[in-house]
Design a binder for this molecule. Structure first.
Ligand code: GLN
Length: 189
């Protein structure tokens, strides 16, 4: 029995990620404690609200277990999940996990009312693939550090990137029916 994909479920849009993983034929478990986390082979950190998420992470003493997990297993962060995994978040008083060397600006496209859906171009598996990006109070990646590669572009902004075992996207891939990004993370990353 292969190990399940964990969906970090302290806060945010975890249910839709679980459905996407299950549609691909994999087991998915909602992770709320270190014991469940350590049964997983990969982890998705969903979008939601990064400040609430980071505060809960520390309150529930999940920071160290998550840092340990990410030493040898893959983690994907989407939207707020990207903010949580970043090395540097502009004008932010909380400490993100610093698992991928990117500088991020929160709410960079404006407020909730400025949320939008538009086509982004994925550059994965040596192919260019159009994908409907759902941007909800989305962050922007302002700078990529060494070892971080671009995996998707939107109007000249990097909106998906990866380094070693960490994959991040500024949009919500779980809010479309297109499983390309989940498939890439689970089966090819
Ligand atoms: N604006 C949110 C934050 O800064 C992220 C929004 C989202 O995940 N859709 O945490």
């Amino acid at each position: 029995m292969p190990e399940p994909i964990g969906i970090f479920a302290l806060q945010g849009d975890f249910e839709k990620h679980k459905i996407a993983v299950e549609k691909l034929g994999h087991d998915a478990v909602l992770v709320k404690n270190p014991e469940t986390l350590n049964k997983c082979c990969k982890l998705i950190v969903p979008g939601g609200e990064s400040t609430t998420f980071l505060k809960l992470l520390d309150k529930l003493k999940m920071r160290e277990p998550l840092l340990d997990f990410s030493k040898d297993r893959a983690v994907m962060g989407t939207c707020a999940g990207l903010i949580i995994l970043a090395s540097n978040v502009l004008d932010y008083e909380l400490q993100p996990l610093k698992l991928i060397d990117i500088t991020v600006q929160r709410n960079a496209y404006g407020r909730q009312i400025d949320s939008f859906v538009d086509t982004v171009t994925l550059e994965i598996k040596n192919e260019k693939i159009d994908f409907q990006g759902v941007f909800i109070r989305a962050p922007k990646i302002i700078a990529l550090g060494t070892g971080v590669c671009k995996l998707a572009d939107y109007n000249g902004d990097v909106v998906m990137a990866a380094a070693k075992n960490i994959l991040v996207a500024t949009f919500h891939p779980e809010l479309t029916n297109d499983l390309t990004i989940h498939d890439y993370f689970i089966n090819k990353f």
